[in-house]
Design a protein around this ligand. Structure first.
Ligand SMILES: Cc1cc2nc3c(=O)[nH]c(=O)nc-3n(C[C@H](O)[C@H](O)[C@H](O)COP(=O)(O)O)c2cc1C
Length: 206
């Protein structure tokens, strides 16, 4: 039996893309998983992206296909990645989710596994609020929320500055984007992918 997992993300400077790849890698550890990566459409004008340096970063993952809302119905589990914007998900992700009204009407996502990961510029910049407020949307759509249990002991790492929350994996980008996801953060992301895949498999098996 194959378990279909879609990792749906938005990334402006690449941190969430790197995390998305780690999530997908973890999800593929599970037996018989089909894992695919998608990005949601950009909303920021090209000129603005160029001025901020984001265009060059986004070009590095321009090969990742653009998600289309109706495709979510084909997944057993959906793992969403968004950078934090003022303690919340980014507008690009919000806009994408706001196009799932048709799926909501039909109950197409009811009973599917939903999970979220994020990144912030700063250490206390709202990782938890971004993830837990994202969960509200997934609950409206009828999804079963999965986070990262403390059996992943890297959540308790106090030896270094690190992201990683029981609500979902996370990384810290620094205010200038100079910090890249650490091995501790990437391993938590892999754990989340694998954990989601295992739960989705159990649910599908019934
Ligand atoms: C408009 C805006 C709002 C942001 N709000 C926050 C915030 O509330 N807290 C924080 O720590 N970082 C904030 N950031 C920094 C981003 O979260 C950071 O650039 C992002 O996590 C990097 O991920 P990416 O490389 O995948 O785009 C903000 C950035 C922008 C452009």
């Amino acid at each position: 039996m194959s378990v279909n997992i879609q990792v749906i993300f938005y990334s402006m400077y690449g941190h969430i893309f790197t995390m998305a790849e780690a999530i997908a890698e973890g999800a593929r550890r599970g037996q018989g998983t089909e894992v695919s990566l998608f990005q949601v459409p950009e909303l920021v004008p090209e000129e603005t992206l160029e001025k901020s340096g984001a265009k060059a970063q986004r070009d590095k993952f321009s090969h990742v296909p653009i998600a289309e809302p109706n495709q979510l119905a084909g997944a057993d589990a959906l793992i969403f990645g968004t950078p934090t914007r003022f303690g919340n998900m980014c507008a690009q992700m919000r806009n994408f989710l706001d196009q799932t009204g048709g799926l909501w009407m039909k109950g197409s996502l009811v009973g599917k596994v939903g999970s979220v990961f994020t990144s912030t510029g700063t250490q206390h910049g709202g990782q938890e609020t971004t993830i837990t407020s994202f969960h509200s949307t997934l609950l409206h759509l009828g999804m079963i929320i999965v986070g990262v249990p403390y059996s992943e002991q890297r959540l308790m790492n106090m030896e270094e500055i690190t992201g990683g929350t029981p609500y979902g994996a996370s990384t810290l980008a620094n205010t200038d984007g100079s910090r890249q996801p650490s091995e501790n953060e990437l391993e938590i992301a892999r754990f989340q992918g694998q954990h989601v895949a295992e739960i989705a498999r159990k649910l599908k098996q019934g």
